[in-house]
Write a protein that binds this ligand. Structure first.
Ligand code: FBP
Length: 252
């Protein structure tokens, strides 16, 4: 039987079964205009991650520009994309796993919008990406994001279903929306037999609200969080990232 987790995966999912990922694909997902006044230099994000995160999630172009990458930091390269300018909610394959490997990827990530009209295409893409990951023995992180007409993105039933789908399809790690309470998210975690991480979401007004959410995610049994805006949009990003690390791993 294929060994599930190679040493590269250990850089991402730690011995305690937890992980803190710093997400930085927003220049693609939302566009730089949404982050006016925020320094979107990839090196700044990696420097923040170096202090506290287990891994960063980047597109390959950002990866190529980095000058310093700490050895211990895991690199998750995202291979699907769409812009916010496009009318259709579909992410296409934009980077080959081979290219990601050539830039030192420890894991691959891809988005599936579960429940929308293009779901079947994204699932087909996922199958292709899985095949490539298998070839290079790389773990696959799936952004299993519901997009169901008439329902919010974090609808509990849809999130549970999306996370379960990712588990059934053999993803090594699942990232999905936080459903807003530890009770509801614990159902997501319970139904998904692969480890689940919650996305951080929009920057909250109060930092305490955000830290409470991190605590609740961990209390729900999740493996951790993949956070972007709530860390790198803040002036004291390194400090915030260090606190998240403590909350996720229970130590500095
Ligand atoms: P955040 O912590 O900033 O929410 O980042 C997590 C993330 O999944 C990013 O990787 C991605 O760019 C973004 O959220 C997508 O958010 P949405 O689907 O709401 O546009």
């Amino acid at each position: 039987m294929r060994k599930l987790f190679g040493s590269r995966f250990k850089k991402i999912l730690k011995k305690d079964g937890r992980t803190f990922l710093l997400a930085f694909d927003h220049g693609v997902e939302h566009g730089p205009h949404k982050y006016e006044g925020i320094d979107l230099n990839p090196q700044r994000i990696v420097d923040i991650a170096a202090h506290a995160a287990d891994a960063v999630i980047l597109h390959v172009g950002a990866m190529k520009r980095l000058e310093k990458i700490p050895k211990r930091l895991g690199l998750v390269i995202k291979v699907t994309a769409r812009t916010n300018l496009a009318p259709n909610m579909i992410q296409e394959i934009v980077t080959s796993v081979e290219e990601a490997v050539s830039y030192g990827a420890d894991a691959i990530s891809a988005t599936v919008y579960v429940g929308n009209e293009y779901e079947y295409k994204m699932l087909r893409n996922l199958a292709e990406i899985k095949r490539e990951c298998l070839k290079y023995d790389l773990p696959l992180l799936g952004f299993m994001y519901p997009r169901v007409k008439g329902k919010p993105k974090n609808d509990v039933i849809a999130v549970r279903y999306a996370a379960r789908l990712g588990s059934e399809l053999g993803l090594d790690l699942i990232k999905t929306y936080y459903t807003g309470s530890k009770q509801s998210f614990s159902k997501v975690v319970r139904d998904a037999f692969a480890p689940v991480v919650a996305a951080g979401g929009m920057k909250t007004g109060s930092i305490d609200t955000f830290f409470k959410e991190v605590k609740d995610v961990i209390a729900s049994g999740a493996a951790g969080l993949a956070i972007g805006r709530n860390v790198w949009m803040r002036k004291n990003a390194i400090e915030v990232a260090k606190r998240v690390r403590q909350l996720v791993h229970g130590k500095d």
